[in-house]
Design a protein around this ligand. Structure first.
Ligand SMILES: [Zn+2]
Length: 91
């Protein structure tokens, strides 16, 4: 459904009226109503801006949670050197 709005009046107090010609006019000021676009350009820009801020945050959170559940083996290098030392002593 296409929505109409008056660009001059407060959207809170707007009401539609049918003019004598059959077109929709604003009940407050009598101006012709303008079609409301389905997705406005500034909505797209806002969405891109918000996602550019939120996506790295979400990615970091996922990464942190993943590390909490399955922590990377930090002692791998230390264990490896220890094993080499033990092997050298045994041989
Ligand atoms: Zn109006």
């Amino acid at each position: 459904m296409v929505q109409y709005y008056c660009p001059y009046c407060n959207p809170k107090y707007q009401f539609k009226k049918q003019s004598s010609k059959g077109t929709l006019i604003c009940g407050l000021c009598g101006e012709d109503l303008v079609k409301k676009p389905f997705i406005r350009l500034n909505q797209i820009i806002a969405l891109v801006a918000a996602s550019s801020l939120l996506l790295p945050l979400i990615y970091t959170l996922i990464f942190l949670i993943k590390n909490q559940i399955n922590p990377p083996n930090k002692n791998y290098q230390a264990n490896n050197t220890l094993m080499i030392i033990i092997k050298e002593k045994l041989s």
